[in-house]
Design a protein around this ligand. Structure first.
Ligand SMILES: *[C@@H]1O[C@H](CO)[C@@H](O)[C@H](O)[C@H]1NC(C)=O
Length: 163
């Protein structure tokens, strides 16, 4: 079997939360960090075969995707609370839990409604002669935050972003 060079492309959709953590998002961050690690391993493995692997890390496009609705968040929250062990419910308290859920609900309409930066990134990754390893379609606030979190010592980024 002979493989012709530069035949393949893999473009995985990760997230800015595949590069930096965020409170109340651990399941999401864990899976997106996983997509990053998987894609990085695959990029090394596929390079000798001429297959290029890119990762697109979109910022906040929640409003454009309708991934969440206040109704679905409330339904999941109710199920979570009902299924929590009594000891955990007592430790955190209903007030704390409800505050976090209310915050989550405000995310539903947050972010950009224009997905064209993401589409452009995927298009470039698929068609450019030399696609980038990572694409960062996101607004400037999150782009800067991601640079700080990924490039500066943890103590510095914690000082800025943990409150
Ligand atoms: C990565 O993208 C490829 C298609 O480009 C897809 O088949 C695969 O399931 C994706 N993997 C992950 C972990 O998202």
């Amino acid at each position: 079997v002979s493989l012709s060079p530069s035949v393949g492309r893999v473009v995985n959709i990760s997230s800015m939360l595949g590069r930096m953590a965020n409170p109340a998002r651990s399941p999401y961050c864990i899976t997106k960090f996983g997509v990053e690690a998987f894609s990085d391993c695959l990029r090394y493995e596929m390079y000798p075969l001429g297959v290029k692997v890119s990762v697109v890390e979109p910022g906040n496009f929640i409003a454009a995707t309708s991934l969440y609705s206040p109704e679905s968040i409330r339904a999941i929250a109710k199920k979570m609370w009902d299924e929590l062990p009594e000891v955990v419910r007592k430790d955190y308290g209903k007030k704390y839990f409800d505050e976090k859920i209310a915050k989550m609900e405000t995310y539903c309409s947050s972010g950009s409604t224009d997905t064209s930066p993401v589409i452009d990134a995927v298009t470039h990754a698929l068609t450019a002669t030399t696609p980038y390893t990572r694409y960062h379609p996101m607004d400037y606030y999150w782009w800067l935050r991601m640079q700080i979190v990924t490039h500066l010592p943890g103590a510095v980024s914690d000082m800025i972003y943990i409150r």
